[in-house]
Ligand binder design. Structure first.
Ligand code: FES
Length: 103
């Protein structure tokens, strides 16, 4: 496993909010779902929209550009089962939301 990559301070992302984070040359979308942090690839596969700037509702994010929706825990597109965003394991280390990149 890679070293954990810090994305943002956990206390800066309130429950129900989304954020975009750039680290290791990639864009990530970070969500606080009822106190549990979720991280997915932040680039929408439709046309590159910023999923970290989307509205979060009941664990589903809506892309701000054209409305594609994804479950932020599984990464699954809500209407098209063939589309699934990369998800990342999350741990909180010293107050930071951290992920590990897949090998
Ligand atoms: S870019 Fe996300 S729905 Fe079009």
């Amino acid at each position: 496993m890679s070293d954990p990559i810090p994305l943002l301070a956990a206390d800066t992302l309130p429950v129900g909010e989304s954020a975009e984070a750039v680290a290791a040359g990639q864009v990530f979308a970070v969500y606080n779902v009822d106190g549990e942090f979720r991280v997915i690839d932040g680039i929408c596969p439709h046309a590159g929209g910023p999923l970290g700037k989307g509205m979060l509702n009941a664990g589903v994010v809506t892309c701000p550009w054209h409305g594609w929706q994804f479950d932020v825990e599984s990464g699954q597109h809500c209407l098209n089962e063939t589309i699934c965003q990369q998800t990342y394991a999350v741990e909180i280390i010293d107050g930071q939301v951290c992920i590990q990149l897949p090998e």
